[in-house]
Structures are given as structure tokens and as C-alpha cells.
Design a protein around this ligand. Structure first.
Ligand code: PLP
Length: 404
């Protein structure tokens, strides 16, 4: 049984008011709220365990190290990686992708080599490649999509050449909600001998992810979008790939020995984790993963699917409604515009009704160009949202529409 009232009680912020109205939080694509267990893990560790990890012989340092490394094991289990050597802690999806872009391009790509990305990518999976393109002369190729917001698989297959070195594709679109067929896309890339990076920022919070089943070579996600703290994320990489890649940053932790003549690097995963890690954040991330695991990822997916179906049907009844993203496989994200109402006006007026939605280009300007618009209003649902909140959203949109 999916006990939504009990779940909502775990998130104190959901019972607050804004402008005298009950908060309706529908900006989960940007960040999710945190359950008590996550916030308490942070205070508990600061109050009773805090010490720098890995380098200390003393009791607290060892305990903090155990917590930090246990969190790595929790992440491993959560995405079903083979080994904790394959779990690199980063600041989030953006840093994970930048790490990979830098280390991969430096060691595996030459001028003229190609990386394939998709039309719907987030800026964090476009700009790092553009930086590498400017530095090393690599070429970016783009998978097109249809008007429903689905990537064109035939066109994708045509993009491969002997110069293709990597495919980078998002699992779920943060604007359209499209669930891309990444397993099939990975198989296609592998048939060409090309590895794949999956941006899982918007899939990990909403569905069961198994990196071995997907056969992803690299997979990135952020803690704060899966009910964990800000400032911590993950880059998964197959060990055989991570072994081949050079470090991203230099400093403490990532070395075995340093002299002015020669420095040797630490083994995985520490080779990619220079400096003091956010070991409090990793403990809290593990708590968040434990939290969603206890509810059940399949149960969360089913709940959110029902909400999305309900919201799609409810919003489509509104006059002048245009929904962007009608893919057959769609996650709990709905982007829309109503008549000629500017997305910013809609978002601002909904906010006055207590409804938090996101407006703008959602860090996907190339996608906006493809859709021929500047921005959208985006409602994105999480495990604690309800049908009543969707009714409030629909009534709010209707009220704003009447004002224009
Ligand atoms: N990729 C996708 C699909 C996203 O939705 C986001 C955040 O909105 C990111 C990457 C970047 O995540 P972060 O800002 O946590 O690094």
C-alpha cells in the first residue's frame, strides 16, 4: 500500500504555507525535498562523528571513513554496479559529466573525433563537450527528435562513423519527460565499439536503474534530485574504462606518492576524488537511497505514472493548452504553455497561489530552439505529490488564463 499521508509526514517542508496558501511543490525536476532521515543524518554526523576521512588513525576519522565507504556500497547496490571501485563521488551530475568529458577527451580523443549527443540534452551534457571541442577540435553530432519528443533512432544509427568515440544521452528528459530507450541505444553504440555515458539525473529519482542491465559504460546522477543533499553526486564508470582514464583534478587523496620528480596516482575510485570529499553528504545520500528503496522504486514509479496520466488528462482539458513532450514512454514531467501567456507570467501567478513550478528554458536552449519557443512552464512530480495537488494546479492555470 502506498501510504501517501505517511510519506508526506516525512517531509516537514510540505506542510508549510507560502503567501498564506498551502505549498504545492511541483518543482521536483529542479530539486526534491528531503525526508527527516536525510536531514537527521547530517546533524547526527556533525554532532557525533565528524572527522576527515581516510587519513586519520583516530577513532572518529575511522568511523567517518566507515560511514563514507558504506555509502559508496549503498550507491553501488542501488544502481547495481559490480564494484565500489566503479562509484566516484562528485558534486553532482554536472561535475560527473565534466570529469568524464575532460578525462575521456584528453586520453581517448583527437582532433576530428566525434561525440554524439541528443537534441534534448541538458546544457551540462552539451557545454562540457563544446569546451573540449574548442580545446581539442573534437566534433559534436546531434541526434534529432520528432514532434512528440522522441529521439529518431534511424537517424541516430546513421550518425556513427569510424571517428565516433562516445555517445552521451540523457535517460529521461528534464523538459519533455521522455524516457529514452537507452538500453537499445547502448547496444547500438556497442555494436560500433563505442561506449556510452547516460545522464541519469532525471531517471534515478523515478525508476529502478540497473547499470549492468543497461550495460552503460558511464552513468551520472545528482543526490539532491533523489531526496538527498545538495553538493553530492555520482559518476559510475565500468572499471575497465575508469582504469584507462587520467585523473580529473590533482591534490590529496588521489595520489599514492608525490615527489617533485614523479607522482603516482591512487587506485580506483580515489584516483578521481581529489581533496576532502563531502563525506557528510555521502552519508545523507545513502540515507536518501535507503528511504526510496524502503518505499520501493517500482511503487514510486507506479504512483508517479498515475499522477502523470491524471495530470496530462486534466491539463489537456484547459483551453489553449499546449503540452511539449508526448512520448509513449514519459516520466513525471509536464512542460506546457497556455495561449499567448508568457511562461514567466504563468509561473509568477501560480506562485502567488502557492504552486511552485519552474519556468524558462530549463537549461535546454537547443531543445527550445527545436521546439520553436523560448521557454515553458514545467510541473514535475515526486513521490509525495497527490492528485489533489494536480487539481489545484489545473484550477490555478485556469484562473491565470481567465486573467489574460
Ligand atoms: N542533467 C539533467 C537531465 C538535469 O535535469 C540536470 C538538472 O536539472 C542536470 C543534468 C544537472 O544537474 P546538477 O545541477 O545537479 O549537476
Amino acid at each position: 500500500m502506498y501510504d501517501i499521508s505517511k510519506i508526506r509526514e516525512d517531509f516537514p517542508i510540505l506542510s508549510r504555507e507560502v503567501y498564506g496558501k498551502p505549498l504545492v511543490y511541483l518543482d521536483n525536476g529542479a530539486t526534491t525535498q528531503k525526508p527527516r532521515s536525510v536531514v537527521e543524518a547530517i546533524t547526527n554526523e556533525y554532532y557525533s562523528v565528524n572527522a576527515n576521512v581516510h587519513r586519520g588513525v583516530h577513532f572518529l576519522s575511522q568511523q567517518a571513513t566507515e560511514l563514507h565507504e558504506a555509502s559508496r556500497e549503498t550507491v553501488r547496490r542501488f544502481i547495481n554496479a559490480r564494484s565500489t571501485n566503479e562509484i566516484i563521488f562528485t558534486r553532482g551530475t554536472t561535475e560527473s559529466i565534466n570529469l568524464l568529458a575532460s578525462s575521456f577527451a584528453e586520453s581517448q580523443m583527437q582532433a576530428g573525433d566525434e561525440v554524439i549527443v541528443s537534441t534534448m540534452e541538458h546544457h551540462s551534457d552539451i557545454v562540457p563537450w563544446q569546451l573540449q571541442a574548442a580545446k581539442r577540435g573534437i566534433v559534436i553530432k546531434v541526434i534529432p527528435m520528432n514532434d512528440k519528443g522522441e529521439l529518431l533512432q534511424d537517424a541516430y544509427k546513421q550518425l556513427f562513423s569510424e571517428k565516433t568515440k562516445l555517445v552521451c544521452v540523457m535517460h529521461v528528459s528534464n523538459v519533455l519527460g521522455t524516457v529514452n530507450p537507452v538500453k537499445e541505444m547502448i547496444a547500438e553504440a556497442h555494436a560500433h565499439g563505442v561506449p556510452v555515458l547516460v545522464d541519469g539525473a532525471q531517471s534515478v529519482p523515478h525508476m529502478k536503474v540497473d547499470v549492468q542491465d543497461l550495460d552503460a559504460d558511464f552513468f551520472a546522477f545528482s543526490g539532491h534530485k533523489v531526496y538527498g543533499p545538495t553538493g553530492v553526486g555520482v559518476l559510475y564508470g565500468k572499471e575497465e574504462w575508469l582504469d584507462k582514464l587520467p585523473p580529473y583534478q590533482g591534490g590529496g587523496e588521489m595520489i599514492q606518492s608525490v615527489s617533485f620528480e614523479k607522482t603516482t596516482f591512487n587506485e580506483l575510485p580515489f584516483k578521481f576524488e581529489a581533496g576532502t570529499p563531502d563525506y557528510i553528504g555521502t552519508t545523507a545520500l545513502a540515507k536518501a537511497l535507503d528511504y526510496v528503496t524502503a518505499i520501493g522504486m517500482d511503487q514510486i514509479a507506479a504512483h508517479e505514472h498515475e499522477l502523470t496520466q491524471y495530470a496530462m488528462q486534466r491539463l489537456k482539458q484547459i483551453e489553449g493548452m499546449r503540452i511539449f513532450g508526448e512520448a509513449e514512454h514519459k516520466s513525471s514531467v509536464i512542460s506546457f504553455l497556455v495561449g499567448n501567456i508568457h511562461h514567466l507570467d504563468m509561473g509568477t501567478l501560480l506562485d502567488r497561489l502557492g504552486i511552485a513550478v519552474r519556468t524558462g528554458h530549463h537549461c535546454a536552449q537547443p531543445l527550445m530552439q527545436r521546439l520553436g519557443i523560448e521557454g515553458t512552464v514545467r510541473a514535475s512530480f515526486g513521490l509525495y505529490n497527490t492528485k489533489e495537488e494536480i487539481d489545484i494546479l489545473a484550477a490555478g492555470i485556469e484562473r491565470v488564463s481567465r486573467m489574460f
